[in-house]
Design a protein around this ligand. Structure first.
Ligand code: CDP
Length: 202
């Protein structure tokens, strides 16, 4: 059986947690597509040329724990505006989406560009302040030395860049179901996402 769940939304909206939970619930595979852009961003910070880095990307590059920093996130959103970088990453994502057994992909353009025919599309959002607060807890929980203001600035700057770029901007697909998680617990958001996917699965 093949079924793709597309989960898009702005920075730190909880896409990762929701995607993992949805994938676990239905026994689907999960791909955090942000890691592809983060891995390219990390290589560029280390001196590589963006398009060549995207073309040479290896799945093992995604397993690097250091990809989760705000500096890498910023680098990711900078290289993510380059059309050739994005096109170099399309094939890997579409192959993953088409795998037997079902797949959940989360990112910015899954429902609009990568998997326009996805069986279920969700657009997860929350206020910038809520998202920054959650990401701040996550990063400081891992021992990172950062302030809430720095996290909020990162989130806002990336959102603005992601929304205004010409290629595959961050925008809900026409047929995506919106989930605003500002006033929801993560459990409530996960339950709502599962309900939406279940309804599409029939
Ligand atoms: O975890 P968070 O939501 O903060 O970010 P992420 O999903 O890891 O994505 C990092 C950056 O990669 C984003 O700010 C986007 O610029 C870019 N990205 C993208 O352009 N398209 C995707 N499908 C996923 C990420």
């Amino acid at each position: 059986m093949m079924f793709t769940v597309a989960i898009d939304g702005p920075a730190a909206a909880g896409k990762g947690t929701i995607s993992k939970a949805v994938a676990a619930h239905f026994g689907f595979a999960h791909l955090d597509t942000g890691l592809l852009y983060r891995a390219v961003g990390a290589k560029v910070l280390a001196g590589a040329e963006p398009i060549a880095a995207a073309r040479a990307l290896d799945p093992v590059d995604l397993e690097d724990d250091s990809l989760r920093t705000p500096a890498v996130a910023q680098a990711a959103s900078e290289i993510a505006v380059i059309a050739e970088v994005r096109s170099a990453l399309v094939d890997f994502q579409q192959k993953f989406a088409g795998r037997e057994g079902g797949a959940v992909l989360d990112g910015r353009d899954i429902g609009t560009v990568i998997c326009p025919d996805a069986g279920a599309k969700l657009f997860v959002t929350a206020s910038a302040e809520c998202r920054a607060e959650r990401r701040f807890k996550e990063l400081t929980g891992k021992g990172m030395d950062i302030t809430l203001d720095q996290v909020l600035a990162d989130v806002k700057e990336r959102d603005a860049r992601d929304r205004s770029r010409e290629t595959a901007p961050l925008i809900p697909a026409d047929d995506a179901v919106l989930i605003d998680t500002s006033d929801m617990t993560i459990e409530q958001a996960v339950a709502r996402a599962i309900e939406i996917v279940q309804a599409r699965l029939g």
